[in-house]
Design a protein around this ligand. Structure first.
Ligand SMILES: NC(=O)c1ccc[n+]([C@@H]2O[C@H](COP(=O)([O-])OP(=O)(O)OC[C@H]3O[C@@H](n4cnc5c(N)ncnc54)[C@H](O)[C@@H]3O)[C@@H](O)[C@H]2O)c1
Length: 284
């Protein structure tokens, strides 16, 4: 009997020769681990100085030190809960103090809380909205006055394909959280279209987030109560039946490549767009 097929990600990190961020400054949220860490690294590899923000203060500061050493670009790491009023404003103020500019904001921070709507406690419901909607809203609002003044800015929001494939357990994370990222992207893009600022959205499918390059990975912030009983088994069953997906999770560098395009100066005529980086999980 044939062994069951196990989908595996690419065993490599995709490298870039591009230097589109020379002299630029980027803020990446949720950058202590996973995709955010890889995006931060990618932008630095292209010449950016990077401000990393995460509620996991120690971890994000450690990542900033390591990435500065690895890329020879300047990194700053800040701890803080971005869903709380004032935190994003402080980060933007610190960034301007240190570098005098913010060219690119990547709104990556989110909480992967996957439960059926009926299984949410009041507390988790609140957290899911706070950490999947308010983070991004507050970061956009904080950075816009500076971008409007300079008549330049690139905002990239991280979505997730489950908002349009309708996956179970994703009503809060994807339906409310990622669906609102797409809506926010389009409406905000329209609002700032005459001010040199673009707003776009990248939606991953499944990411091999453990491949984030952290030499000493620590425990994830994801609380066990954020994943309901049987969720992973059910999602694996549905994933196996996926029609047109490439049948493997993405390496985070594959997602970071799309983010780097939208966040770069050259993407000057692209705004209000959404792209799935999901191996064909959803098309168009
Ligand atoms: N992992 C996947 O398969 C997948 C699939 C689709 C979309 N996504 C999206 O990609 C992005 C990154 O995913 P990941 O797997 O790397 O997630 P992750 O959970 O590994 O990392 C998210 C980071 O955001 C931080 N964070 C969350 N809320 C915050 C807040 N309020 N203030 C500051 N920091 C906060 C966390 O501490 C964490 O370090 C998220 O937007 C996620 O929804 C991931």
């Amino acid at each position: 009997m044939n062994a069951p097929y196990v989908a595996k990600t690419q065993a490599f990190a995709i490298k870039t020769e591009c230097r589109r961020y020379e002299g630029r400054v980027a803020i990446v949220t949720g950058a202590a681990q996973g995709l955010g860490r890889v995006i931060a690294r990618r932008l630095a590899e292209e010449g950016a100085h990077v401000v990393m923000v995460d509620v996991q203060e120690e971890k994000v500061k450690r990542a900033a030190v390591l990435l500065q050493r690895e890329t020879n670009q300047q990194f700053l790491g800040f701890g803080g809960d971005l869903s709380v009023a004032g935190v994003a404003d402080e980060i933007v103020a610190e960034t301007l103090k240190a570098f005098g500019r913010v060219d690119t904001l990547v709104n990556n921070a989110a909480a992967l809380i996957r439960l059926r709507l009926v299984d949410f406690t009041e507390e988790l419901l609140q957290k899911a909205v706070d950490w999947n909607v308010w983070n991004t809203l507050r970061c956009c609002k904080a950075v816009l006055p500076h971008m409007i003044e300079r008549r330049y800015g690139r905002i990239v929001n991280i979505g997730g394909e489950a908002w349009r494939t309708g996956a179970p357990f994703h009503t809060l994370l994807a339906g409310v959280g990622k669906g609102s990222m797409v809506g926010l992207t389009v409406t905000l893009a329209g609002e700032v279209i005459g001010q040199g600022i673009t707003v776009n959205c990248v939606s991953p499918g499944g990411i091999e987030t453990a491949a984030d390059g952290d030499p000493v990975p620590t425990e994830s912030i994801r609380d066990p109560s954020w994943t309901g009983p049987g969720v992973m088994e059910e999602l694996a069953r549905l994933g196996a039946a996926a029609r047109i997906s490439m049948g493997r999770p993405s390496h985070p560098t594959e997602v970071a490549a799309a983010v780097a395009f939208f966040g770069a100066p050259e993407a000057s005529f692209v705004t209000g767009q959404h792209i799935g980086v999901s191996g064909g999980m959803a098309m168009i």
